[in-house]
Write a protein that binds this ligand. Structure first.
Ligand code: ZN
Length: 306
């Protein structure tokens, strides 16, 4: 039994943010090693046209590889209904469709305004249902947008309600830009849970762009969030802020949760060894994290024994 599910998104969010393409064989070793360390869910890639993101061209092959690992929940990102169909055919357990709360970002990023995205969500939801696949909607730029600035919390709530009507089975709140602060995480989590139902908002997708990632996790824990996305080594950095880390660093997140006595099922020592696979496959690519430099510390039982 685990208290908190850590969903590793490095093979998708991390790798899509860098120009180099990691060879399929290295991705497979990475995924297998993380699963062996106790990671129970991995977002292995994205079903986008390879022309747009050549880094993700082997996602279907990765899905079939990862499906061979017992006990691993295999998820993929899908930008639209077409991607959802490809993901379902590849045999994913779950898919996640990003829905940008900033309409400017949505139009710029996927050339769809909010009504058009709600239609895609409805179409993806019926494909998911037909194939027995779980569909989560990622409410991206929920904490602010680099183009629009502040994003109205009432708008996030309204769009979440509409996406639930369109067939979303679950939501995550995504701090795409690294703008979230703990008070905002608490407030927005509470508002969206109230609107769509407590068990419909389970996940936070946080970036550590300004160093507030773990503080935001604690705020989420206090509001009943049970799943956190993270990326090994914070791989990929932040496209908006050169030199800044990207996703929440999986190693630091595991250290914090394990030391708080929350069960993640992840062996930190084994997880730390996985970094060498990424380092060898992408020489020179910056990896982030405090725990990898400082090393693990006493676990919860040792800390509380005295
Ligand atoms: Zn992200």
């Amino acid at each position: 039994m685990t208290d908190i599910l850590i969903s590793e998104v490095g093979p998708r969010d991390g790798l899509q943010s860098i120009d180099r393409v990691m060879p399929l064989e290295a991705k497979q070793r990475w995924i297998a090693a993380e699963a062996a360390a106790g990671v129970k869910e991995i977002e292995v890639g994205s079903f986008v046209p390879p022309k747009l993101l050549p880094q993700m061209a082997d996602t279907a092959e990765l899905v079939s590889f990862a499906k061979g690992i017992a006990g691993l929940n295999v998820v993929a990102l899908v930008p639209n209904a077409k991607g959802a169909m490809n993901a379902a055919k590849a045999g994913v357990d779950g898919m996640s469709i990003p829905f940008s709360m900033s309409e400017t970002h949505s139009v710029k990023n996927v050339r769809k305004d909010h009504p058009a995205m709600l239609e895609e969500i409805a179409a993806a939801a019926s494909i998911a249902k037909e194939h027995g696949v779980h569909l989560a909607v990622g409410l991206s730029t929920a904490f602010g947008c680099t183009m629009e600035g502040a994003v109205s919390e009432d708008q996030v709530v309204r769009l979440a309600e509409q996406a639930a009507k369109a067939g979303a089975q679950e939501f995550s709140l995504s701090d795409t830009t690294g703008y979230a602060d703990p008070a905002q995480v608490r407030r927005l989590t509470r508002k969206v849970k109230t609107a769509v139902g407590d068990d419909m908002l389970t996940t936070l997708h946080l970036h550590n762009t300004r160093g507030l990632g773990l503080a935001n996790v604690v705020a989420g824990l206090e509001e009943g969030i049970t799943t956190f996305d993270a990326s090994l080594g914070g791989l990929g950095g932040c496209p908006f802020a050169p030199g800044a880390s990207g996703n929440l660093v999986t190693e630091d997140l595991v250290l914090m949760l394990n030391s708080m006595g929350l069960k993640t099922g992840i062996d930190l020592e084994a997880l730390l060894k996985v970094r060498s696979i990424v380092e060898e496959a992408l020489p020179g690519e910056p990896l982030y994290g405090f725990t990898p430099d400082a090393g693990p510390m006493l676990d919860y039982d040792q800390r509380t024994a005295a």
